[in-house]
Design a protein around this ligand. Structure first.
Ligand code: 13P
Length: 287
């Protein structure tokens, strides 16, 4: 069932579990994520960065592909299609293309400008029945070539943005996109606790879900995180599985070069990663 992310995240916050945002890259990714969500009877958010949108030949193509697959595969669990780290203009482009959810990442603007633009988008998304994620304090690591440092958001600024009426709020708590460095200090639960106390029922979003130790994920969910973004982990497991297939020389036997065969281990690997995350996040059976 194609829907926005509002209800699924309200339920997650009240039920003390998290919904995964699985970033998608192509047909195989969408299929794998949808198949596993349906098998585990879990809600899912499919994330699309602006770069991935371009790679998949535009937001309209992505939205159409996701909707068509939901119909073709008979997916009944709630599925939201969400713009990840969008610019102000990309939010409008995705709304027009048929996305059910958008993230406006205004964290690099001065807070006044982030507030003004987010407030405008609250109005528009509400009118159009689309859910909105905002961000305070840039999140470190690499996302489409932009490198940050694992920043921690100011709880007072988080409250200002939350009070605008967004549906979910991403706040930096030392998390980083991509692999975590050896000397990573870990998540700041002190900051998360302060943010959650000031923002109340607001579902909080944890970006950089790849490689965070399980005990930290559980603690973050206890402290109000209701959506966790995972991208790199599925890419790593997909690549490792396809590499294994090729290194074993399977593409050289019979019709092993057929992409439907060659990419199949990768699809299974994405499914296994999604299953692991859904189990850890506690959303199995919550559709
Ligand atoms: P990872 O690539 O670290 O899993 O982060 C994903 C993410 O936060 C997308 O916004």
């Amino acid at each position: 069932m194609y829907t926005n992310a509002t209800e699924m995240l309200k339920k997650a916050k009240a039920g003390h579990y998290a919904v995964p945002q699985i970033n998608i890259n192509n047909l195989e990714w969408i299929k794998a994520a949808l198949e596993m969500a349906q098998e585990l009877n879990a809600p899912i958010i499919l994330g699309v960065s602006e770069g991935a949108g371009k790679y998949m030949c535009g937001f309209k193509n992505v939205a159409d592909m996701v909707k068509n697959l939901i119909g073709f595969m008979g997916i009944t669990v709630p599925v939201a299609l969400h713009l990840d780290h969008g610019s102000y203009d990309a939010c409008y482009a995705c709304m027009d293309a048929g996305f059910s959810s958008v993230m406006f990442d205004g964290s690099h603007y001065p807070i006044e400008e982030n507030i003004a633009k987010t407030a405008e988008l609250v109005k528009v998304t509400r009118e159009r029945g689309i859910s909105l994620e905002a961000e305070v304090g840039s999140i470190g690591g690499e996302e489409d070539g932009v490198v940050g440092t694992g920043e921690v958001a100011d709880p007072a600024e988080c409250k200002m943005i939350a009070d605008l009426g967004v549906d979910m709020l991403a706040a930096g708590i030392g998390n980083i996109h991509g692999k975590y460095p050896e000397n990573w200090a870990g998540l700041s639960f002190e900051a998360l606790d302060a943010i959650q106390q000031l923002t109340g029922d607001m579902p909080l979003v944890l970006h950089g879900g790849t490689g965070i130790p399980e005990d930290m994920i559980r603690r973050a969910i206890e402290l109000g995180v209701s959506k966790i973004n995972v991208n790199t982990e599925c890419q790593l497991s997909f690549a490792a599985a396809v590499r294994g297939y090729i290194e074993a020389g399977k593409d050289l036997h019979g019709k092993g070069f057929d992409p439907r065969k060659l990419l199949a281990p990768g699809v299974e690997a994405i499914k296994a990663s999604v299953k692991e995350k859904m189990t850890l996040f506690g959303c199995v059976g919550k559709a």
